[in-house]
Each structure stands twice: as structure tokens, then as C-alpha cells.
Design a protein around this ligand. Structure first.
Ligand SMILES: NC(=O)c1ccc[n+]([C@@H]2O[C@H](COP(=O)([O-])OP(=O)(O)OC[C@H]3O[C@@H](n4cnc5c(N)ncnc54)[C@H](O)[C@@H]3O)[C@@H](O)[C@H]2O)c1
Ligand SMILES: O=P(O)(O)OC[C@H](O)CO
Length: 533
């Protein structure tokens, strides 16, 4: 096992020896350069598009690993110019700077400290792009990054880029890549695009289907799908930069995903690769839907035992879903399930009462039920069964999605913005009128995903037989939480507390039945992901 020291070019191994990472980085970079066909003296050009929390961290990770190899690689980030920072953010930023000796020294060395003093005093307005040059992302002020090369002109950023990282929210991806396509009209080489965006849109004509960010990029730019990849993981941007141990998966065509996985892999950020591009992306959108409604977001300091217990609950609730997989861990949980059947999830959750919960970091149901462990578990049982139902419509082998979907749901419930947003709405500290892009936090992707999944699953051509009434119903009728979230967030016919109605409804099926229905009937609709049956 290895741990990174502050010096990014060296790694301290568990045996105490120091390994020089320079050589390893250079080898990996040379390998990628050769594959892309870069001539000597021509640097590999990598550009991040969108400088939110994850887009900035991702670019900063590359800068930390490869930025020193200046002759061979040029890493830059594009963000829109003009965004100014208010006084309270400047005050907070000043506190962050002064609490980190390394950052303070760096700014003084670069003669950049004074502007933060002036902004703190209200004598100067700071802009997001100048902050980013010093390593501060306005959506993640508490986590200073390395200094970045920032470009505010989109054409300059992308026209000759070899690798483009899409760090935009899904809702903005088509529009920005549409503009990018204008700058690529004369291009001879085909760029590689790695999309980080989670979120989906629904297209209803000529038949209902989901459109993912990589498909939006393909449509907007004409870059073939072979060159467009998705990187997803249960990743919280600030934790990745803080070198918490993490996994991610890069999905796409074999030609690029394997070398890119090697290129992106770091001691604390292990990148696997997978060919299942679209379904992984769709799962990234789906988890955000249910994270908003959740009520289970534990403090980052929460005791490991509670996390473990929660993982058990997660797996137990989804056992019917994953029982057919051969994966060893699933088999383990399968045997646990024999001892603790699904219906006892709530009892298990109650055991968490001896742990401290951070009341400022929970979600919608949690806030509405005053952190009731039982009610949160009720929500959890229902939302997992709806996710299972939906994945059975989307995928022929839905059990394969269980791991990525669960892991991403789990991390978002623990520390994601979507769960936080639901909680803020429930506590009336935010209102729907404020929109889904929240100052200091960024885009809440789940709102648009609620709309997309609702529109899709309420389409009449997708009707399924209601299990009891034996009449055709739109699939969304079997997903009461999704339906209620749509009523709260999109049509606004209901207020936030109505989410509890969806849970309290006595006529609603046992969530276990929903899973059984999904498993025993053929709901799979290949056309939903744009595939031919
Ligand atoms: N934050 C995380 O931990 C995390 C982790 C994994 C995946 N993701 C996903 O990655 C994507 C980006 O996440 P993020 O955290 O960086 O988001 P964010 O909301 O913090 O940042 C989005 C960035 O895009 C810019 N932007 C938005 N609309 C734009 C437009 N029309 N033109 C130009 N720029 C525009 C914003 O200014 C901002 O810099 C999302 O889909 C998110 O779900 C986030
Ligand atoms: O902060 P969120 O809610 O956008 O979620 C972050 C990531 O998607 C977790 O993998």
C-alpha cells in the first residue's frame, strides 16, 4: 500500500521506502502520447470545460500528476469569465487561506495574497476565474487546489485540444458543445472527450428514450461515440482531492478506455474500465433523483461502524436484485440475508441511534421526520425498490448495475449536494424559486433527472399491466416516490412535506412486491436507451 506525501512526485510506501513517481508519470504520459500520435515537441493538450467542484478537481489531479512535464503536456481549464465573488465568500476564503500554511505561503510567494486581504476588507471585487488561477473553486471554497492554467475564451481552450474533459452539468452540456462544434469545423484530428456529467434528458419523439451527456456531445459535435467516454464513480470532489481512497470507472470503447484508465489511475484513485457506457451514465442520473428525496446523510465524521451497518442495510434491501451475481461480496450478503430478511431493514436501522448524526447534513425525509431512523429506512426501502424497478426497464441484465448504482447512491446520501438540497428545501432554508443552481454549491442535477425519468416513465407507449388491477398503467404509477418528487419539484402541485404522503400511503405495495414484479415480468425496453430490441 502506498500513501502520497505532500510532494506529488514522491510516494512513501508502507515499507518506508520513497518511490519517485516522476518516472512512472512520464512513462504513462509517453504511452498516451504515442497512442494519440503526438510528435516530439508537440505537447498533449488537455482542457477541462466547466470549472465546478468536480471539473476543477479532476483537472487539478491531472495538473498535480503531469503538469511538471511541461514539454509533453499542457493542462488547462476553461470557465466563463465575469462571475464575481461576494463579500461573505471573500471573507470565508480569507479564513481558509489563513488556516492553511501551505496555501498562505504559496500565495505570498506568488504575490497574490494582498488581493485576498483587500477583498476581505471589501476594497476589491474578486472574480471566479482569477480565484481558479490560485487554486480556488467558487463551488468548493474549503478545498484549495493547485494553481491552474485558466482560459476564459472557449474557442482558444478547445480548438486544438486533444483531450476534453466535460465538467459541465448535463443540462448545459448540449448547449456548450454545440458552440464547441463551431470551433471544430476545420479540425482534422478527432479529440477524445471524457464526460464527468451525471444526469439525463428524456426524448419523447419519435419514441421515448433517454439521452445521456455523452450522446448529447456526440449529437452536438459529431465526434464518434468511440472517442467519447464517461468517468463515474462514487466520488465526492473534495474528498478525491484530499486523497481519500477512491475508485472510479471509465466507460466507453476499448480503444481508449484502457489506456485512459492507466493514465488517470493514481495510488489513491483507482480507475477501472468498462464497456457499458450508457447504462453507467444513466445510473449516475437515477441515483440523484432518489438522493434529493432521501433523508439519510450522515456527517463525514460519523463512526465507521454506522457506515458499515448502513452498507449492510443497503445490500440487504437489494438482495433480491443482486442475488444472481457471482460476485463474492454479493454471495456474502446473500448469506446475511438468510439470517436477516428484507423486512427487517427498519429494525436494523434503529440500531444506529447510539451514533451522532450531523443534523445540518441530512436530506428531505430526514429533515421532515426529525431524523427518524425508522422513517428514513421506510424511504430507503421504497426508493431502492423503485430504482430496481426502473433498472429492470432499462437493462437486460440489471443486476450488473447494482454495484455502481448503490455505491453512487450511498455516497450521495452521505455527502452529496442532491441530498443536501432536499434537506434545505425541507427546512425551508432554500426555496424552489431559487432554481437548481445554488450559490457556493453548484448544480443540483437530480432536479432535471426527476423531470426526465418522470416524463419517460409516464409515456403511454411504455404501459405495463398493473399487478393487482390487471389494467395497463404507465410505469410511473408503480413509482410513487418519483411521482411525488415530480409533483413537488417540477409541477409544484405539492409542497415538500407531501413526500411523506408517498411513504405513508397505506394502499401502496410492499416495496418487496415491487422488486418481485420487476423480476418476474419482462419489463425490459431496449428502446429506452436507444437500442434496437
Ligand atoms: N461534485 C462532485 O463531487 C461530483 C462528483 C462526480 C460527478 N459529478 C457530476 O459532474 C458534473 C459537474 O459537477 P460539478 O460538481 O463540477 O458541478 P458544478 O455545478 O459545481 O459546476 C459546473 C460548472 O459548469 C459551469 N457552467 C454551468 N453552466 C454553464 C454554461 N451554460 N456555460 C458555461 N459554463 C457553465 C459552472 O459555472 C460551473 O463552473 C455534474 O453532472 C455532477 O453531477 C460531480
Ligand atoms: O454532490 P452530488 O449530489 O452532485 O453528487 C456527487 C457525486 O455524483 C457522487 O458520486
Amino acid at each position: 500500500m502506498v500513501e502520497n506525501t505532500e510532494d506529488m512526485n514522491h510516494t512513501v510506501c508502507s515499507n518506508g521506502s520513497i518511490q519517485n513517481l516522476n518516472g512512472v508519470s512520464e512513462e504513462k504520459l509517453d504511452e498516451l502520447r504515442a497512442l494519440i500520435g503526438k510528435a516530439e515537441g508537440d505537447p498533449l493538450r488537455i482542457v477541462g470545460i466547466g470549472a465546478g467542484a468536480w471539473g476543477s478537481v479532476f483537472t487539478a489531479l491531472l495538473q498535480d500528476s503531469y503538469g511538471h512535464l511541461r514539454d509533453k503536456v499542457l493542462i488547462r481549464i476553461w470557465r466563463r469569465p465575469g462571475r464575481s465573488v461576494d463579500r461573505s465568500t471573500a471573507e470565508h476564503l480569507f479564513e481558509v487561506i489563513n488556516s492553511r500554511e501551505d496555501v498562505l505561503r504559496r500565495l505570498i510567494r506568488r504575490c497574490a495574497y494582498l488581493k485576498y486581504v483587500e477583498a476581505r476588507l471589501g476594497d476589491r471585487i474578486l472574480h471566479a476565474d482569477e480565484l481558479l488561477k490560485d487554486g480556488f473553486c467558487v463551488n468548493m471554497i474549503d478545498t484549495p487546489l493547485c494553481p491552474l492554467k485558466v482560459v476564459t475564451n472557449l474557442q482558444e481552450a478547445v480548438w486544438d485540444a486533444d483531450i476534453v474533459i466535460n465538467g459541465l452539468p448535463s443540462t448545459e452540456t448540449h448547449e456548450v458543445f454545440d458552440e464547441i462544434s463551431r470551433y471544430w469545423k476545420e479540425r482534422i484530428t478527432v479529440p477524445i472527450i471524457i464526460s464527468l456529467a451525471k444526469g439525463v434528458e428524456a426524448e419523447l419523439e419519435p419514441e421515448p428514450r433517454i439521452i445521456t451527456p455523452t450522446q448529447m456531445i456526440n449529437r452536438a459535435t459529431g465526434v464518434p461515440m468511440e472517442n467519447i467516454l464517461y468517468l463515474g464513480g462514487p466520488n465526492i470532489a473534495s474528498e478525491i482531492y484530499d486523497k481519500e481512497y477512491a475508485n472510479a470507472r471509465i466507460c466507453g470503447a476499448e480503444k481508449w478506455r484502457k489506456p485512459l484508465a492507466r493514465f488517470l489511475r493514481q495510488p489513491n484513485f483507482i480507475v477501472w474500465d468498462n464497456g457499458d457506457l450508457i447504462t453507467h451514465e444513466v445510473m449516475g442520473g437515477l441515483k440523484n433523483v432518489y438522493a434529493i428525496g432521501a433523508g439519510i446523510r450522515f456527517a463525514s465524521t460519523v463512526c465507521g461502524a454506522l457506515k458499515e451497518q448502513f452498507v449492510f442495510i443497503t445490500y440487504i434491501s437489494l438482495m433480491p436484485y443482486i442475488r444472481r451475481t457471482k460476485d463474492a461480496s454479493c454471495l456474502l450478503f446473500h448469506s446475511i440475508q438468510k439470517e436477516m430478511p428484507f423486512v427487517r431493514i427498519c429494525d436494523l436501522s434503529l440500531k444506529s441511534e447510539n451514533f451522532t448524526l450531523d443534523r445540518d447534513s441530512t436530506g428531505m425525509v430526514a429533515a421532515l421526520t426529525n431524523e427518524s431512523a425508522t422513517s428514513k429506512s421506510v424511504y430507503f426501502a421504497h426508493c431502492t425498490s423503485e430504482m430496481i424497478f426502473i433498472t429492470h426497464m432499462l437493462a437486460e441484465k440489471p443486476e450488473k448495475l447494482a454495484g455502481p448504482l448503490l455505491a453512487d447512491t450511498y455516497v450521495t446520501l452521505l455527502k452529496g449536494r442532491n441530498a443536501w438540497y432536499g434537506q434545505q428545501l425541507a427546512k425551508q432554508e432554500l426555496s424552489l424559486e431559487m432554481g437548481d443552481s445554488i450559490k457556493g454549491k453548484g448544480m443540483i442535477q437530480g432536479v432535471s433527472a426527476v423531470k426526465a425519468f418522470y416524463e419517460l416513465l409516464s409515456h403511454s407507449t411504455l404501459s405495463v399491466l398493473h399487478p393487482e388491477e390487471n389494467t395497463p398503467v404507465a410505469p410511473v404509477e408503480l413509482c410513487p416516490i418519483l411521482k411525488m418528487l415530480y409533483g413537488i419539484l417540477i409541477t409544484r402541485d405539492y409542497t415538500v412535506p407531501a413526500i411523506l404522503q408517498a411513504l405513508r400511503d397505506e394502499t401502496m405495495n410492499d416495496p418487496r412486491d415491487r422488486i418481485e414484479i420487476a423480476q418476474t415480468r419482462v419489463f425490459y425496453r431496449p428502446s429506452l436507451l436507444g437500442q434496437n430490441p
